[in-house]
Write a protein that binds this ligand. Structure first.
Ligand code: FPP
Length: 248
């Protein structure tokens, strides 16, 4: 792969490819990246946050509309308290530090997950970022924090069942569209491409409803090493897929 292909001009070179509109990413391997270098796990998360910034910029350069990233799952609360606390502070600092630049680049930041369980100061930064960037249109960045797909689906079932119980909704009116519009991702198109780094072949409770027809790309590269070149490779691989949506 030549450096020419990877310059900001790569947008034109990508024109001939089928570009995904929406890419979802499971940013895995931060801990292993740090361990390989004899560093604490948190160093991997810090470097991972830098790579996220780079990948958002690629989306803007290449014309990929939406990026959804799995930053913290409902299961991640089970990690050592020091790591959980570090991640919460990292999310907050990133939002504080990067908000102006993201805003000036036209990034619209949204969050999915149960935000009510997050530290109050983080909740405030999240609200600030969402309010400030609500009208931006260059890239839609969806950050999944305290997100669990089964919980999301259960909440939706409960919500629709309550509407049926109080006579606001007929059971036969529940279809895929209505169901989708009751998920955290309401109004967001399903991902075209799901990338998982660090070689793990699992879905780990991420977007289980939304990825029904999504192309999956797994790379052994650890998230803190997932740079512009790696992302480019994933996009090229996607362009070569034949998406049939069950048809022939
Ligand atoms: C998984 O790697 C990664 C996480 C649980 C945290 C992801 C968070 C970031 C990349 C920072 C993003 C910042 C913002 C502002 C959203 P792991 O720790 O499970 O790695 P391992 O499998 O090698 O142990």
């Amino acid at each position: 792969m030549t450096s020419k292909l990877l310059s900001p001009l790569s947008a034109t070179l990508l024109d001939c490819q089928k570009l995904p509109n929406h890419v979802a990413v499971m940013m895995d391997g931060n801990g292993r990246w740090a361990k390989k270098r004899g560093l604490p796990r948190n160093a991997g998360h810090r470097q991972g946050a830098k790579m996220l910034k780079e990948i958002v910029r690629c989306c803007k350069d290449w014309g990929i509309q939406s990026l959804t990233v799995y930053a913290f799952s409902t299961e991640n609360w089970g990690r050592p308290t020091t790591e959980v606390e570090f991640l919460m502070v990292l999310f907050e600092r990133m939002l504080c530090k990067e908000l102006d630049e993201m805003h000036s680049e036209g990034v619209c930041i949204r969050f999915i997950g149960d935000l009510t369980q997050l530290p109050k100061s983080l909740q405030r930064e999240i609200q600030k970022a969402m309010d400030a960037t609500a009208n931006n249109q260059s890239v839609f960045l969806n950050v999944a924090i305290n997100y669990g797909s089964r919980q999301e689906i259960l909440n939706t079932c409960r919500h629709l069942a309550q509407k049926v119980q109080c006579g606001e909704l007929l059971p036969e009116k529940i279809d895929e569209h209505l169901f989708s519009q009751s998920l955290y991702t309401a109004g967001i198109e399903d991902p075209d491409l799901l990338i998982r780094t660090s070689g793990e072949m699992r879905l780990s409770n991420f977007l289980l409803w939304q990825i029904a027809y999504t192309e999956i790309y797994v790379t052994d590269t650890l998230w803190p090493d997932f740079n512009r070149e790696e992302f480019y490779r994933a996009i090229i691989a996607y362009g070569q897929r034949d998406r049939r949506f069950g048809k022939i």
